[in-house]
Design a protein. Structure first.
Length: 631
């Protein structure tokens, strides 16, 4: 039922409605009253959102209704408008891309311009085309290609027009296109095949499929030679992209490869499911695991020499049994470069000075670096070791495993298989006449007591711990039944840290905190006066994530008399934190993150989601003064 009332037209002049909502009105999927309501709600949002997202969240339309309308009016919606309204692209990006396209005198398609110039990932472009046109996304790698169809559509034609016939579906043929909007390609396919069902795939996967057919005459079979090459290439890619972990995951229909880069998992590529057994077996051979065992979890280690990058890669391998087969995770240990100097780990000037003089260079006592897995504790620990390493100092370590090899210190890698256990190693360390003992991790009461006893006998002990913040480290030691007087007399410093992704400098843009951001942080605009927050738009340099690299956020607790007395009195964590802030000048993780965010290094979103909020941060100008950081 159509509605001829005019009031809803007023909001459309204040908020950009877009082409698609107009088509939804035309198709009577949406009423004028509903659209007016959505516009009012959308105008009051504090976080950016597309109008389509608002309509979907309010339940005024469904995904099916949206797709049906798009496919009905597909010729009425230009690709650029579709990408903007789906939230994949911004108006400014579209304007710039259209200008680049105009310079080519119409020789390049808009989609090609957007991908080549880093405005959008090819996958997202293909998803939006699939969404608009109703064509399925089909990767040629994961279907059995009927090569007899190439007799009707020659391979030379496929290469020229970036198309490939895949298989028969009923009476029709399924043909995949790298560019489904290329009318010439569609006409050629129609001329050769008649009626067909169009599909979409990436240009890269289509070319790889055509090359495989050309070279092999059939789909490439998985054998030892191809598997070895695939694994070597995978390791080379991991080195090049500076990843910390490789995940090889068997799924129902494919073998998925994901990389962990800057602490975040990202899809790398997919392989056909049938090569999984050969690929896993090859990795087992390389890591000296049992190739006959497929029912139990296993561990191993690979030493890989990269010819392309000229370095040796140490990979710790874990095999895990799942319902779809064996999942393999490889941790890259020697892909982090050389050990960082303590002055380069990212501490603010005054915090670093306090850390070195009042904690690191104190001759005895326990120094703890704490944080969750993957927060950079080992890097900080080895920065400290490098600072203390000299001809006059005896340093000995117990690690599981040794991640950095440092000249001039005695490093022991734990190996329970041959009886070199953590407990046995700790008993022998103190007999080696060390000045500095480095324990890879305090993992239980025994290792905690060993660290405390070593400090009591005049040794300097450096170790790591898994806790939320610095005060949490003290509380956990108490919970391990370590006496309060031992903690207060031996622990000299606790450093808590996190790793946050850095805003990509190539595509960073100014960002103004929203009222919601301020509310979640518990601050006012006055508290953040002088800030310069930034957010990455996404570009080729950062793989469209808006982030590139990571930066460490620190919280330093140096034990003074007031903090020690609070521990002896068994004060709560809240009280100990308050005393530390007031008397030792401690800056919390959240506060250090805010200072780095205000200088444009990290995004406000990362600060809010990844750092513990245990109290109201102090004003920015005061934090900068405490840390010795300039605006």
């Amino acid at each position: 039922m159509t509605n001829q009332q005019s009031p809803p037209t007023k909001p459309t002049t204040e908020v950009k409605i877009g082409v698609i909502p107009t088509l939804l009105l035309k198709d009577q999927v949406l009423s004028h009253e509903q659209l007016a309501y959505a516009v009012r709600v959308h105008s009051k949002l504090t976080t950016p959102q597309t109008m389509l997202d608002s309509l979907l969240e309010l339940g005024l339309i469904t995904q099916d209704q949206l797709q049906t309308t798009l496919r009905k009016y597909q010729l009425n919606v230009r690709l650029g408008d579709l990408l903007v309204e789906l939230g994949y692209l911004r108006d400014s990006d579209l304007t710039q891309a259209l200008a680049i396209q105009k310079e080519s005198d119409g020789q390049r398609r808009l989609g090609e311009v957007l991908v080549d110039n880093g405005f959008i990932e090819e996958r997202k472009l293909l998803e939006s085309l699939s969404y608009q046109l109703g064509y399925p996304l089909i990767d040629p790698d994961f279907v059995r290609i009927d090569r007899s169809l190439l007799a009707r559509l020659p391979l030379d034609v496929c290469k020229q027009f970036n198309v490939l016939p895949l298989y028969k579906k009923g009476d029709q043929l399924v043909v995949t296109f790298a560019d489904p909007l290329d009318q010439r390609a569609r006409d050629i396919v129609s001329a050769h095949l008649g009626s067909y069902i169009p599909a979409i795939c990436s240009k890269k996967s289509l070319k790889e499929a055509i090359t495989a057919i050309e070279h092999a005459g059939q789909t490439v079979a998985a054998d030892d030679n191809t598997i070895i090459g695939m694994i070597n290439l995978l390791f080379e890619d991991a080195i090049e992209e500076q990843v910390s972990d490789i995940h090889i995951e068997p799924l129902k229909d494919r073998l998925r490869i994901r990389f962990r880069r800057d602490g975040v998992m990202a899809h790398h590529k997919d392989f056909p499911k049938d090569i999984a057994p050969q690929l896993v077996t090859r990795i087992k051979v390389m890591s000296q695991a049992d190739i006959a065992e497929k029912r139990r979890h296993q561990d191993g280690r690979i030493l890989f020499t990269s010819r392309k990058h000229g370095l040796n890669l140490d990979l710790r391998v874990s095999f895990f049994i799942t319902i779809h087969g064996e999942k393999v995770v490889l941790r890259l240990l020697n892909n982090k470069g050389s050990v960082l100097d303590i002055k380069e780990i990212g501490m603010a000037p005054r915090m670093l000075e306090h850390f070195i003089f009042d904690a690191l260079e104190v001759p005895t006592g326990v120094m703890i670096v704490t944080g969750p897995t993957g927060s950079g504790k080992t890097t900080t620990l080895y920065g400290c070791v490098g600072h203390l390493n000299n001809i006059n100092t005896s340093i000995i370590t117990a690690e599981d495993p040794v991640e950095y090899v440092i000249e001039g210190i005695s490093q022991c890698s734990i190996n329970p298989k041959i009886g070199v256990t953590f407990e046995e190693t700790l008993r022998h360390i103190v007999r080696q006449d060390p000045d500095v003992i480095v324990l890879g991790e305090i993992r239980d009461q025994f290792s905690a007591e060993t660290a405390i006893q070593a400090a009591l006998t005049g040794h300097k002990v450096l170790t790591t711990f898994h806790t939320e913040d610095s005060i949490g480290g003290l509380i956990r030691l108490l919970n391990m039944n370590i006496e309060a007087f031992l903690i207060s007399s031996t622990v000299v410093c606790i450093v808590a840290q996190r790793l946050l992704r850095k805003v990509c400098p190539e595509c960073a843009e100014p960002y103004t905190p929203t009222p919601l951001d301020l509310a979640r942080l518990g601050v006012t605009t006055h508290d953040l006066q002088g800030s310069n927050f930034k957010l990455g738009r996404g570009c080729k340099n950062c793989r469209f994530s808006g982030y590139r690299g990571r930066v460490a956020i620190f919280e330093l607790l140096v034990m003074n008399e007031m903090v020690k007395n609070a521990i002896l009195d068994h004060k709560s964590s809240y009280d100990i934190r308050k005393i530390s802030i007031e008397t030792s000048g401690m800056v919390t993780l959240m506060e250090d993150g805010l200072v780095k965010g205000a200088n444009g290094l990290v995004s406000l979103h990362e600060i809010i989601t990844d750092l513990p909020r245990l109290g109201k941060p102090r004003p920015l100008h005061e934090l900068r003064r405490l840390l010795g950081v300039a605006r």
